[in-house]
Design a protein around this ligand. Structure first.
Ligand code: ADP
Ligand code: MG
Length: 599
């Protein structure tokens, strides 16, 4: 309990610190709220005068003033209310905007290993749902909290002024109410926490359905997905009901307890001594104050759940913000390197996993050479290529570029050296031109763009589109074929002109027809670079300066094509299996030809 309160106060403090740039607005808002509440209390404090002077004593001049007085007060009240709401909303929305922006930037900067562990749906719901909850808490909930809080204090003050003995009774129940409120707050928090999780599942499930729409249709998974979503959806609803019922229950309970105080006051007021000391106006005022106290009590409890929701969301958002971003302790700003690559005694395990994925990887390539990684799927080829741009931290062993340990380089300058084309091409919802020039620094001339587009054979299909390179390609390039997407990725890599190129199964998703088409594009790309090529076309592997055969995270054979075939080991086997039989004459010939040569 104390831990919870402590953590909630520190969350609140931290959230509050976001207010700093907007504190003027906030202060105006608080003053406005207090003014608004004061008008109400003042209005009430005139009750006794109205009854005792106006009605009992028939003071006509007082009664004549009253209507003007009412209108004026309500005008003042309206101004206060508007100013306060506006300013608080202004500050609240700014806070949420800042938090959201920070969250977005932080998520980009989080290491790949963090993204591996957290679903996209969960992350999206942090930015959308959680941030929205914080907004509710920091605008709507705060409005009520401050206004009603000031009103309660004003009413209590008025009661004390009128008769401190009677008012004191009301204060007696305050501790009981405090206990209930804190217990209820705790429950609100817990439910809100679960609701955030459930919301993440809702987003996640929806995201999975939208991404896998075609697969779902093809495999008749409609029912399964509907069922899955229904369960998650209903869980969310149940939590909502839980929250609402807790809220309603606590409101009723608190009001019920307050009614005891009210009853007790009425009872006491009926004593002759009391009746003597109170005028009818004062008595009405006290009873009215007490009645009026019930409404803010209800609102404060109600809004408490919104507030707790916001605090729970803030705690989660802060926990994401507290995750360490990618470690970038390197100080060396790599200039454009020659392209020598050396892996030294590299052993790697994915963070949070037990299985050692790479063991004792040693190899080196000179600038301009091509190294090919072959091996069964799951043998660690992609892992090697992800370690090059330091997508994961290397604990054991090192990778040197031009003799410099990649650990000592800044991430930005390191990644500038490497272009990756993989099987999964990621395209942005933008034009072809902008997809090609994505991440390009400096001025890009139209000729240069056209040149890479030609070389990557993008123009072949872009020229036939109505807007050419300016054609929009839709989300992740849905309007394009696999080969077309691949060619855009190649153009992007070409433009980058990085000294190192990683091709990770870049053409494995393509049919022979498309593959032949992008063949020329790839050859263009491989020129003048150090290439790390994974499970690729036979001709590329054959021409590689070094072939590494991987098995369960180890290099089990190394050499060039001829040497490896001559060894007649794993490579020769793999080669026969993958390329040897029934793939077409060209490859069959090349296989027997090379085998013949080396024999
Ligand atoms: P390949 O590219 O040769 O098919 P990978 O390098 O992708 O193989 O995978 C090597 C091993 O590492 C596999 O056993 C795989 O399950 C595991 N692995 C791959 N990616 C991750 C990851 N992000 N987190 C944990 N384990 C992974
Ligand atoms: Mg792979």
């Amino acid at each position: 309990m104390t831990a919870l309160i402590q953590s909630s106060t520190s969350t609140f403090k931290r959230l509050f610190s976001y207010l700093k740039p907007y504190r003027t607005g906030f202060i105006v808002a608080v003053l406005g709220m207090i003014g608004y509440a004061s008008v109400d209390v003042f209005f009430l404090s005139e009750f006794d005068q109205f009854i005792d002077r106006g009605i009992t004593q028939r003071d006509m001049s007082y009664l004549a003033m009253a209507p003007f007085f009412v209108v004026l007060l309500f005008l003042l009240r309206g101004v206060f209310h508007f100013t306060a709401s506006y300013c608080l909303n202004w500050a609240g929305t700014h806070i949420v905007k800042d938090l959201r922006q920070q969250l977005f930037s932080h998520m980009i900067a989080l290491p790949v290993s963090y993204h591996d562990k957290h679903s996209t749906g969960e992350m999206i719901s942090r930015i959308t749902y959680d941030a929205e909850q914080i907004k509710q808490a920091s605008s709507k909930a705060l409005v009520v909290l401050i206004h009603e809080g000031a009103f309660v204090i004003g009413l209590l003050g008025l009661m004390f002024y009128n008769s401190w003995q009677l008012a004191a009774i009301f204060l007696l129940i305050a501790p009981i109410i405090a206990v209930i409120v804190s217990a209820v707050s705790k429950r609100f928090r817990q439910i809100s926490n679960n609701m955030q999780g459930a919301m993440g599942e809702v987003t996640g499930s929806a995201e999975q359905m939208l991404n896998g729409h075609k697969v779902i249709l093809a495999f008749g998974g409609k029912e399964i997905e509907n069922q899955r979503f229904m369960a998650i959806n209903n869980k969310n609803r149940r939590l909502d009901v839980k929250l609402e019922s807790t809220r309603a229950m606590s409101v009723s309970l608190i009001q019920f307890i307050a009614s005891f105080a009210l009853a007790f006051v009425i009872y006491l007021a009926s004593f002759p001594e009391m009746l003597d000391s109170l005028t009818p106006g004062k008595f009405t005022e006290i009873i009215t104050s007490m009645m009026l106290l019930l409404k803010p009590l209800k609102q404060l409890t109600t809004v408490n759940s919104d507030f707790q929701k916001g605090m729970a969301a803030a705690a989660t958002v802060f926990s994401v913000l507290d995750e360490n971003t990618e470690q970038d302790h390197g100080t060396i700003e790599l200039p454009r390197i020659q392209g020598d690559i050396e892996f030294k005694q590299l052993t790697f395990t994915y963070p949070g996993h037990d299985k050692q994925v790479l063991t004792d990887i040693n190899f080196s390539v000179k600038a301009g050479q091509t190294v090919a990684l072959v091996g069964k799927s799951g043998s660690g080829k992609t892992t090697i290529s992800s370690l090059l741009p330091r997508f994961y931290e290397i604990e054991q062993g090192e990778i040197l570029l031009d003799g410099i340990n990649t650990k000592d380089c800044t991430l930005a300058s390191l990644r500038k050296q490497i272009a990756v084309v993989s099987q999964q091409v990621v395209l942005f919802n933008d034009s072809i031109a902008n997809n090609i020039s994505y991440g390009f620094e400096g001025e890009l001339s139209a000729e240069r763009l056209l040149d890479v587009a030609e070389k990557a054979h993008v123009m072949e299909f872009a020229a036939q589109m109505p807007l050419g390179l300016d054609t929009q390609i839709g989300e992740n390039g849905v309007t394009l074929s696999g080969g077309q997407r691949q060619r855009i990725a190649i153009a992007r890599a070409l433009l980058r002109q990085s000294p190192i190129l990683v091709l990770d199964e870049a053409t494995s998703a393509l049919d022979t027809e498309s593959e032949r088409k992008i063949q020329a594009a790839l050859d263009e790309l491989l020129k003048n670079r150090t290439n790390l090529v994974i499970a690729h076309r036979l001709s590329t592997i054959e021409q590689a300066d070094l072939i590494l055969v991987m098995e369960q995270g180890r290099i089990i054979e190394r050499g060039n094509h001829q040497e490896l075939l001559a060894q007649n080991g794993a490579y020769a086997n793999l080669y026969r299996l993958q390329f040897g039989e029934g793939i077409g004459e060209g490859i069959g010939e090349s296989f027997s030809g090379s085998a013949g040569e080396s024999a």
